[in-house]
Design a protein around this ligand. Structure first.
Ligand SMILES: [Zn+2]
Length: 471
């Protein structure tokens, strides 16, 4: 009768032990993202759920192919136990097995082995591993709050395209799993869609790092990485109801981050009432902060307590804010200017009937709304006092639009895009567009022209904005 050793009791240099284990994962280890294999690897788990990594020499690929079949179980003997090196450690087990041609495999039924073996790090542990550059591969579990579209990489290297999976935990900690190339295309969207939301993801053997572009914590897969949706593990059973609770309170945690090409679809993306929006704790919730929302709302008021445009230097990409009256503009570097760039910057209070928020409008979007460039407004229409709102801007009060915006600060959201309410016409006749109240304090001059221009000259506006950006 052979004695079976639990994996946790294996010691470095053991060679005469018998284990009974199930093949749990397998992968081909490569060096520096090249495709040449350096080792054939797998993870076995025993009845107690302890995992151990197995390395097989690339010359013994026949063993790898024949015996390392996922979910097959064996009694195994004639292997070497070696001390696990810290580098790219997949498991906390102190030994790693080396298996070659002389190993014995005796098939046994796989039913009594646990389904999974994870060593999940908490979000704080992930951050610690980044800070101390701990060379241990990380398992993580969290809830999928967004599946990004496939994006093409800007860096001309071997990686061509990628997909980002946004994951949050119950404390609203937010990180991203980045999947490259085949992993990006093979992500099981259909399986994800077939599950009731929210869906948990358990991902194994990743490198955590900080993505410099966004400062976001990212999990980078290694060849050893596997992921599972709603895995049948205690961590899933213990937390799924708490996640469901979280998402029922804040459905926008599952907001759609993928921009649509079709404006009809884009203007419906993450539609929200301002009342709901105002219940969100943006300061403590990065997930919500990164979303763009849309809302159909009326401009209740244009703020008139701050300048409605700013002027910047147009010399040699200087772009410094210039001061002075319109014909006496002065750049701190270039002195008196004959010309300058002018950009809208004003804030509007909008209401959808449920609540109100303040939106900041900058160049392009303000131009889209007004149908006239800031420069024309100043130079051609003569509204050159930045402390007095021009009539056409004042006339925006009472008009209704679909706004797309994101959170910027506790008192302000930033407009990302504006869509006209009427989907077919490029403009609506003045008498139906504006409620009578707005007409009362709006001087008649310019107004009809302005309204006619609403959303008609977006091409022109874009071209003007592009020109401005280039200089
Ligand atoms: Zn300058």
């Amino acid at each position: 009768m052979v004695q079976i050793t639990p994996i946790k009791d294996l010691e470095p240099d053991d060679t005469r032990k018998f284990i009974e284990a199930k093949v749990y994962r397998k992968w081909i280890a490569t060096k520096n993202e090249e495709t040449t294999p350096v080792s054939l690897c797998s993870i076995l788990i025993d009845e107690e759920g302890t995992g151990v990594q197995v390395n097989i020499n690339t010359n013994d690929s026949a063993i790898f192919d024949k015996y390392m079949q996922i979910n097959k179980a064996y009694r195994i003997s004639n292997f070497i136990c070696e001390k696990t090196l810290d580098w790219q450690r997949t498991l906390p087990t102190k030994v790693t097995l080396t298996i070659g041609k002389c190993a014995n495999f005796e098939p046994i039924p796989p039913d009594r082995f646990p389904q999974h073996c994870f060593h999940f790090a908490s979000y704080d542990e992930v951050c610690n591993r980044i800070e101390y550059q701990t060379p241990i591969l990380t398992d993580y579990i969290g809830c999928i709050c967004n599946i990004g579209n496939i994006q093409h990489s800007k860096n001309p290297n071997s990686r061509k395209y990628f997909r980002l999976i946004d994951i949050i935990d119950l404390n609203n900690n937010y990180l991203q799993l980045i999947l490259w190339n085949e992993r990006a295309t093979s992500f099981p969207i259909d399986e994800y869609e077939s599950h009731t939301k929210p869906v948990l993801i358990a991902v194994s053997s990743c490198w955590p790092n900080i993505f410099t572009g966004t400062g976001m914590v990212q999990l980078k897969p290694t060849p050893a990485t596997y992921y599972y949706l709603n895995p049948n593990i205690p961590e899933y059973q213990n937390s799924i109801s708490a996640y469901r609770e979280l998402f029922s309170q804040k459905p926008m945690l599952l907001a759609d981050k993928n921009r649509r090409q079709d404006p009809q679809e884009e203007q419906r993306r993450n539609r929200i009432t301002l009342q709901e929006l105002n219940t969100y704790d943006f300061q403590n919730n990065k997930v919500l902060r990164n979303n763009k929302y849309t809302c159909e709302a009326k401009i209740q008021q244009v703020e008139n307590n701050r300048p409605w445009f700013y002027a910047s230097c147009d010399k040699e990409r200087c772009n410094k804010k210039v001061g002075g009256k319109i014909h006496e503009l002065l750049c701190p570097t270039h002195g008196t200017l004959k010309e300058a760039n002018f950009s809208y910057c004003f804030r509007i209070l909008i209401t959808d009937g449920t609540s109100t928020i303040t939106l900041a409008l900058l160049c392009n979007n303000a131009e889209k709304l007004l149908g006239i460039s800031c420069k024309k407004m100043i130079v051609e229409l003569g509204f050159d006092n930045k402390y007095v709102l021009p009539d056409p801007i004042k006339a925006l009060e009472g008009t209704t639009h679909i706004f797309q915006f994101h959170y910027q600060s506790p008192n302000q959201y930033m407009v990302d895009d504006i869509f006209p309410i009427n989907h077919t016409a490029t403009y609506t006749p003045p008498n139906t567009e504006t409620p009578p109240t707005a007409d009362i304090d709006t001087p008649k001059t310019n107004t009809p022209k302005m309204k006619k221009n609403l959303f008609t000259s977006s091409d022109e506006a874009e071209t003007a904005a592009k020109k401005q950006k280039k200089t």
